[in-house]
Design a protein around this ligand. Structure first.
Ligand code: HEC
Ligand code: HEC
Ligand code: HEC
Ligand code: HEC
Ligand code: HEC
Length: 401
């Protein structure tokens, strides 16, 4: 009798533990296709949400892995494979330190698929003569991005709650379709929804990865200074931008982000020795950041805003010039300037703060003979790969007699 009771208790316990374990262990998949059976690719939404799909297709979210392939490639070959500490850790949590934001569905990848994806990143990002292999690798990686389901399911429910299966979360939350259920949420309309990825990532091992720094400057500089506009209002609702999410790769958004004002006054200054009157100028450059965060961003060190002030005299000859870069250098705990998101621990901020006008003042002295001086002020946004966008230009003409 006693043994029978003990036995049934044991079975009960086993059943309980089995179920508890099934609940706790997340499903993992061996191929991208099998992940996509559950976590649909954006292509499956295109038939019914064609307009939105086409907008999303033109956004950086669509290529959130391939677009930053060089950085993620070097994290694998330099950051993981050459770092004795990282090399011995399980691969998945390490690579999730990038893919957690760049390709969140990889959370559901098995160790085998993680290895396949890492190999594909090495093949696609490295130097190889195997053109077919590279093409195949890129095809696989093109499935990994910030897809519809990432935003409308996986990230649509504020933690610690989880999204319901086969449910799409939206801000309207009405209408129906046999393809998916619809739930209303205000979370999608909150800045904090975007800040989940546009800020710090804390890994399960407590390592903090700082790649984008938008969230911090949005809250601590923009909102703290009275800014009330959300990410969605500037990046989606304004000018019906919808799901194109324009940022620093779209000239119109860049132009909107910075107002340039230049004052230049011709003055004559006296030289010390022979006391001759020499042409000079007092130049003031005001740059106002109209965005909701610092400019530039990127993966910390990658982007720069370059200000150049150039004075030309007779025959268009450059007679004076000045330049200044606005950017964020990252430094590691040894005090070395680093170019790698995974090693940056501190940030020096030389960027343009939001809701503020940054003023640069110059006192330029020109050659004695100049009678007419043209001043040109340029702002250029420079991406890590050298891609440049001319944001703004102002000109002034100064006359001397
Ligand atoms: C917290 C989420 C998050 C994590 C974790 C993360 N990133 Fe990023 N990453 C972003 C966001 C958001 C951007 C876009 C930033 C921008 O343009 O303002 C970005 C941009 C980049 C870019 C620049 C793309 C460009 O436009 O020049 C590179 C390269 C990059 N990430 C590499 C990495 C690497 C390597 C890792 C892992 C060590 C990593 N990221 C981890 C969110 C993240
Ligand atoms: C980066 C996150 C993100 C991604 C990726 C994304 N969405 Fe959205 N989507 C949003 C947000 C936020 C809103 C609410 C916009 C607003 O406040 O106006 C929205 C709104 C919508 C709406 C309702 C808006 C309307 O005009 O009816 C639909 C439908 C939708 N998304 C479908 C999609 C589909 C389909 C895809 C993929 C092709 C997609 N979304 C990709 C964040 C995203
Ligand atoms: C068979 C057609 C169909 C397919 C396929 C489909 N949807 Fe929908 N979806 C609808 C209809 C109909 C509605 C309700 C009316 C509306 O908002 O257009 C809707 C509503 C939504 C909403 C709610 C918008 C809001 O603000 O409440 C979101 C988000 C959404 N769909 C996302 C997706 C995503 C992501 C996919 C792909 C994984 C997808 N849909 C695939 C037909 C479809
Ligand atoms: C799941 C993570 C994730 C979420 C949520 C997310 N983003 Fe992104 N976003 C990224 C990543 C990663 C990139 C950079 C991809 C790259 O450059 O490789 C990016 C890029 C962008 C860019 C283009 C950056 C550039 O350099 O031009 C804009 C703009 C943007 N996101 C706005 C938003 C807004 C607004 C929201 C909220 C509605 C949002 N994102 C939500 C991950 C996310
Ligand atoms: C007041 C309008 C405004 C608000 C609010 C705003 N942005 Fe922006 N954002 C801009 C403009 C304009 C640009 C283009 C200039 C630039 O690239 O910095 C931009 C650029 C970006 C970029 C590309 C940055 C780069 O230099 O690579 C990302 C990513 C981005 N925004 C995300 C966000 C997120 C996330 C939020 C909310 C936390 C947000 N933005 C709030 C106006 C805004």
């Amino acid at each position: 009798m006693k043994t029978k009771l003990l036995l049934s208790l044991l079975t009960l316990l086993t059943v309980f533990f089995l179920f508890a374990r099934v609940e706790a262990a997340p499903n993992t998949f061996d191929t991208i296709n099998s992940i996509e059976e559950l976590y649909k690719s954006s292509e499956t939404c295109a038939g019914c949400h064609g307009g939105i799909y086409n907008q999303w297709k033109s956004s950086v979210h669509e290529s959130a892995l391939l677009h930053s392939l060089d950085g993620i490639y070097s994290f694998i070959v330099e950051g993981i494979e050459r770092d004795p500490a990282r090399k011995v850790r399980p691969l998945k949590p390490e690579i999730m330190k990038c893919l957690g934001c760049h390709a969140p569905v990889m959370e559901y990848a098995s160790d085998k698929l993680v290895k396949d994806v890492v190999d594909a990143i090495k093949m696609a990002g490295g130097k190889t003569a195997d053109k077919d292999g590279k093409q195949k690798a890129k095809e696989l990686l093109s499935h990994l991005n910030v897809s519809c389901i990432v935003c409308h399911s996986l990230k649509a429910v504020p933690p610690p709650n989880f999204p319901e299966k086969q449910t799409m979360y939206g801000i309207k939350g009405h209408g129906s379709t046999p393809f998916h259920s619809i739930k209303k949420t205000n979370f999608l309309d909150n800045a904090i929804f975007c800040m989940q990825c546009h800020g710090v990532y804390t890994a399960p091992d407590r390592e903090q990865i700082i790649c984008s720094t938008i969230a911090q400057s949005y809250r601590d500089q923009y909102v703290a200074a009275g800014g009330q506009v959300t990410c969605q209002e500037c990046h989606m609702k304004k000018h019906n931008r919808g799901h194109t999410f324009p940022g620093a790769y779209v000239l119109d958004t860049l132009k909107e982000s910075m107002t340039l004002e230049v004052s230049a006054r011709a003055i004559k200054t006296q030289s010390y020795g022979d006391k001759k009157w020499i042409p000079a100028a007092a130049i003031t450059v005001d740059i106002t950041n109209n965005a909701g965060h610092r400019i530039p961003d990127g993966c910390l060190w990658t982007s720069r805003v370059l200000l150049t002030v150039t004075a030309t005299g007779e025959n268009e000859k450059v007679i004076w010039s000045a330049r200044k870069e606005f950017f964020e250098p990252g430094i590691d705990i040894e005090g070395n300037r680093r170019y790698d998101a995974w090693e940056i621990k501190d940030i020096l901020d030389y960027s343009l703060p939001p809701r503020k006008t940054t003023t640069e003042k110059y006192y330029a002295v020109f050659p004695e003979k100049e009678k007419l001086v043209k001043i040109e002020v340029n702002i250029v946004y420079i991406h890590k790969d050298g891609l440049q966008f001319p944001v703004n230009t102002e000109r002034k003409v100064l006359k001397y007699n």
